[in-house]
Each structure stands twice: as structure tokens, then as C-alpha cells.
Design a protein around this ligand. Structure first.
Ligand SMILES: CNC(=O)COc1cccc(Nc2cc(Cl)ccn2)c1
Length: 346
């Protein structure tokens, strides 16, 4: 009996002094494991006389139960203590100042910004946005637009050709967004007022031309549409986009297969200060777009009668305008997706 009490004292003090769950587990094994001190006592019951067992049985089983109870209480206490210790060190202090968030927020790409701005300006004048496929067929990209069969623009040095489509048609990456206007004239009954922003592709890329760039074209088809309407629309666009009231514009004769007459438009600017350009002042000129009355052949190719409907159209490169607006020197920076560069804009 006294041996049992002695053993219980030893085990109990060991349990209470256990520093962590690992230590406690070792005590449990030394007491209740296969070769444990309490387990040995339980095994010794087998060799006792019935009278002896009647006394020792309850004593030893009681010891085992009390040791199990002490172990589970100590284990719970150690778990709680460990959790409190973690809570004490890992608390998040929500009152700390916010970390520099600039790195995480996104930016709208300058080209996307310019696209949105252009679309909004023309939307205010009653234009809707039309979109179309980047991969076009020969008809929509060239033939419908009055490009003669042997025209150089159709050659490989200018145009990306893709394997012919299932319909046997020659496929190209569109070299302008005019095909979208062709599709619109085929699909919609006039009056038509659309702008067609989007990606265009040319394979004569060099350090000032990237193989993919962005254009926005505009088209008006109506009865009696004339150059006076075109002039007004382009002046309103320039005033809004270049943010100058009295912007001077110059219309120069030019040539495009799909317009007759064709013109190129410059706006007045001042580039006397290096690396800087100002619009609406100075006596320098900057070409910003091409335009003209839609060629009658194009109207006919799109199923319209030139004696019933007339129209005018224009087209401009977006990348260069964006560069001017954001004072950028290198077109390639647009397409390198360098987040640090982007963070300067927007
Ligand atoms: C970058 N683009 C430029 O320098 C000049 O673009 C231009 C000029 C004149 C007209 C057009 N578009 C057009 C479209 C149809 Cl469906 C019919 C007639 N014309 C695009």
C-alpha cells in the first residue's frame, strides 16, 4: 500500500512539473505504457491470491484512474497555456499605419486610357462602338476596300498571312480596323455612325513600328453626308482630346484606295522645347489622321447604292497619340508590361 502511495506521489509531481505536451507524453508512457510502472502493478495482480487481489485490485486500478485523470487535466492546461502564448506573440495590431499600398494597386494602361477617352468623345457625338475579328479574310481587309489585286499592301512584307481558313479563304491579321466598318455596312441599314478601335498588325516592324499597334477608325454613312460634317466632327474631336479650344487644323490632299477625295489632317503644335510638345500654339504641324469620302466602289462592295447614300471615314494610330499625350519616347515600352513603368501613368 505504501509503495503505491509513494509511486502516486512521484508520478503526480512529475505530471505537475511537465513543461510541455511532449514531456507529459513521456510521463504517460513511463506510467501507463506497456512497460510502465502502473502497467507493471496491474500485471502483478495476476500472480496474487484471491484475498490479496481483493485489496490490491481496487488500489491499483484507482491509481491508474487517478494518473489518467491527472494526465488529461495537465494536457488540457498545457494546450491552453500554449495557445495563450501564441496569442500573446501573434496579435495583429490593426491600429498600425497602412503599409505603402501603391505597389499593389493596378493601373489602366495608357493605350487603354486613350481608347476609353476617344470612345467617350465620339460617343458624345452619337457614335457607337463596333468591334470585329483580328483575323480577317482577304475580302474584308483588302478587296472590299478597293485595294486592286496587285496592291503592295497585300504582300508579305506588309501583312501577316495565316494558313487559309476552312472556307479556303486566305486569312490575314487585319492591317487596319476598316474591315469592321465593312462588316457594319453589310450588316446595318444606314444611317451609320460607328467608331472601331482595336489592334492592328503589320509585319514591317522596326524600332519605330511594333508589329502590333492600335488604331481607331470612324465611319458615317447617311443621305447627303459631306465633308463639312467630317471637318466639324474632327475639329470637335481635337478640341476635346488635345484640350485646346482654338486648335488649328490643316487638311492636305492625300490618297487611300478606299476614299476619294482622301486627306491627311495636321494639327498646329509647338515643338521648339526639346522633349516637349504643345498643341494649339506654335507654327509647327503634326499629322494625326487620314480621312476622306468613302469611295463609291467601297459603298457598292458593301451593298450600298452610291447615288442613295454617301459617307466619310477617318483613321488614326493610337499608340503615337498616346506617346505624345504621355510624353513617351519609346513605343516598345507600351508592350513590355513593365509594372514599374505603368505605375507612372494613370
Ligand atoms: C492610321 N490610319 C490612317 O492613317 C488613315 O486611315 C483611314 C483614312 C481614311 C479612311 C479610313 N477608313 C475607311 C473605312 C472604310 Cl470601311 C471606308 C473608307 N475609309 C481610314
Amino acid at each position: 500500500q505504501s509503495a503505491i502511495e509513494g509511486l502516486e506521489q512521484d508520478i503526480a509531481s512529475a505530471i505537475l512539473n511537465a513543461g510541455d505536451e511532449a514531456g507529459l507524453e513521456e510521463i504517460r508512457i513511463s506510467a501507463l505504457g506497456k512497460k510502465g510502472s502502473v502497467s507493471d502493478l496491474l500485471k502483478s495482480l495476476g500472480a496474487m491470491s484471491p484475498d490479496e487481489r481483493k485489496v490490491m485490485g481496487p488500489a491499483i486500478n484507482g491509481l491508474r484512474d487517478r494518473v489518467q485523470g491527472l494526465l488529461s487535466h495537465r494536457k488540457a492546461a498545457l494546450k491552453t497555456a500554449a495557445l495563450e502564448a501564441r496569442l500573446a506573440t501573434e496579435t495583429v495590431d490593426v491600429t498600425l499605419p497602412v503599409r505603402e499600398a501603391a505597389a499593389e494597386t493596378g493601373r489602366v494602361h495608357p493605350i487603354a486610357q486613350v481608347m476609353e477617352e476617344l470612345t467617350a468623345i465620339f460617343a458624345d457625338m452619337g457614335f457607337s462602338v463596333a468591334e470585329g475579328p483580328d483575323i480577317e479574310d482577304d475580302f474584308h481587309n483588302f478587296t472590299a476596300l478597293n485595294f486592286p489585286p496587285g496592291h503592295p499592301a497585300r504582300e508579305m512584307h506588309d501583312t501577316f498571312f495565316l494558313p487559309p481558313g476552312a472556307d479556303g479563304q486566305r486569312k490575314v491579321l487585319r492591317t487596319h480596323t476598316s474591315p469592321v466598318q465593312v462588316r457594319t455596312m453589310q450588316a446595318k441599314k444606314p444611317p451609320i455612325r460607328v467608331i472601331c478601335p482595336g489592334r492592328t498588325y503589320r509585319c514591317d516592324s522596326d524600332q519605330t513600328h511594333t508589329p502590333m499597334f492600335h488604331q481607331v477608325e470612324g465611319l458615317v454613312i447617311d443621305k447627303g453626308a459631306h465633308l463639312g460634317h467630317l471637318k466639324w466632327i474632327l475639329e470637335e474631336f481635337c478640341k476635346s482630346f488635345f484640350e485646346v479650344e482654338g486648335v488649328k487644323m490643316r487638311f492636305r490632299p492625300s490618297f487611300f484606295p478606299f476614299t476619294e477625295p482622301s486627306m491627311e489632317v495636321d494639327i498646329q503644335c509647338d515643338r521648339s522645347r526639346p522633349g516637349e510638345i504643345r498643341f494649339g500654339e506654335g507654327n509647327d504641324w503634326l499629322e494625326i489622321l487620314g480621312c476622306g469620302m468613302v469611295h463609291p466602289n467601297v459603298l457598292r462592295n458593301c451593298g450600298l447604292d452610291p447615288d442613295e447614300y454617301q459617307g466619310f471615314a477617318w483613321g488614326m494610330g493610337i499608340d503615337r497619340i498616346a506617346m505624345l499625350k504621355y510624353g513617351m519616347s519609346d513605343l516598345r515600352a507600351f508592350f513590355e508590361a513593365d509594372v514599374r513603368w505603368l505605375s507612372h501613368y494613370g
